[in-house]
Ligand binder design. Structure first.
Ligand code: SF4
Length: 348
């Protein structure tokens, strides 16, 4: 193991003790609270998570209430956080905990890994923070820090790199593994930032860090992606009736944004004529079309390029659900990809 790593524990823990942020989910370390916050924080900015977390815990204060929540209410609570399968997995896990563990949160890493949506990182975080099990919790933040401290130019996206880091960290885990894991996450989120902008001058690991010593912070971590992204073009229609009702529809139960609501839309970029013809199939009579804006939304492997139109129509049809703006805001989970058009329309 790198001798540099052996010396990080003490300065890291001291720094965390003196600098840790006051975050809503740090008020206690109950497994339910740590679990919800960790799942929300996956691929979502901390600022966006804060208010969602407080509302979520207020509405669903425990495992039982989560296991019983109707899906529409759950998705509404998750609105804006993206990656909605996370919310569904929370509910599935809560149901499993109620049935198989009598409502008691499972307390070992191995048991936690069997719950839907709980991967190695989240299981490690919950087991170490809540149950003091000596396991690591390795996410992109931790990989970046360890790659920089050890000066490793291996691709951090490869499973081998994660295995190596796990082995090295396991050897230096202190008696309070949860605090150590949290301290590494915190350092990655506030000091050892990605994209060549780490705050090395105030970093507690500076003396041990090879990337800092050798001016390699913009080169490490090395990230080489294999995945090819797919591009999709869509025409999105905000259909408005004379009494200001808006058309929405439920997305299919499987696949991207499953079970959420959307504005009517179709593949490709359509002209005014194409839009009229497309709406005729539902018996809708168009009285006006105006272009709203171009928008791009990035999913894990797909980029949506969208053109949004405000379309006024004379009467409703049965194919769509017609709702007021108030109902849309309060009752239906509308993915961020579509909200951008709604905001624009409301300004008009
Ligand atoms: S010294 Fe800089 S690069 Fe090294 S761990 Fe600290 S912040 Fe990261």
């Amino acid at each position: 193991m790198s001798k540099h790593l052996q010396n990080i524990t003490k300065p890291l823990l001291k720094w965390f003790h003196d600098n840790k942020r006051d975050l809503p989910w740090r008020k206690d370390q109950t497994p339910y609270h740590v679990w919800i916050s960790e799942i929300m924080l996956q691929q979502t900015r901390i600022e966006a998570v804060k208010s969602h977390y407080i509302d979520f815990i207020h509405e669903l204060p425990d495992i039982k209430s989560l296991s019983l929540v109707p899906e529409d209410q759950l998705l509404k609570l998750w609105e804006g956080l993206g990656y909605y399968s996370r919310a569904r997995n929370l509910k599935k896990s809560a149901e499993m905990i109620m049935q198989e563990y009598n409502g008691e949160f499972p307390s070992s890493y191995e048991q936690l890994r069997k719950l839907p949506g709980i991967g190695e990182y989240t299981a490690g975080a919950i087991a170490s923070i809540c149950f003091h099990e000596k396991v690591t919790a390795i996410d992109g933040n931790v990989l970046r820090i360890i790659a920089r401290v050890t000066g490793s130019k291996k691709n951090v996206l490869l499973p081998e790199m994660k295995r190596d880091v796990d082995k090295m960290l396991t050897l230096i885990l202190p008696d309070e593994p949860g605090i150590f894991n949290e301290a590494l996450m915190e350092l990655g989120e506030t000091i050892c930032l990605p994209n060549g902008t780490p705050k090395c001058t105030i970093c507690p690991l500076q003396e041990e860090c090879i990337a800092y010593r050798d001016h390699l912070t913009s080169e490490i971590p090395v990230r080489i992606k294999k995945v090819k992204r797919r591009k999709e073009e869509r025409t999105v229609l905000l259909l408005l009736t004379p009494d200001n009702k808006i058309a929405i529809e439920k997305r299919p139960e499987k696949g991207l944004l499953s079970g959420m609501y959307q504005f009517p839309n179709f593949d490709g970029f359509g002209s005014d004529e194409t839009i009229k013809t497309w709406l005729q199939q539902y018996g809708l009579n168009v009285t006006g079309i105006s272009f709203l804006k171009d928008s791009k939304h990035v999913f894990t492997h797909i980029d949506w390029y969208m053109k949004g139109y405000l379309v006024t129509i004379s009467e409703v049809c049965d194919h769509f659900l017609w709702v007021s703006q108030e109902e849309l805001f309060n009752q239906y989970a509308l993915p961020t990809a579509f909200q951008t058009f709604l905001k624009l329309m409301l300004k008009e």
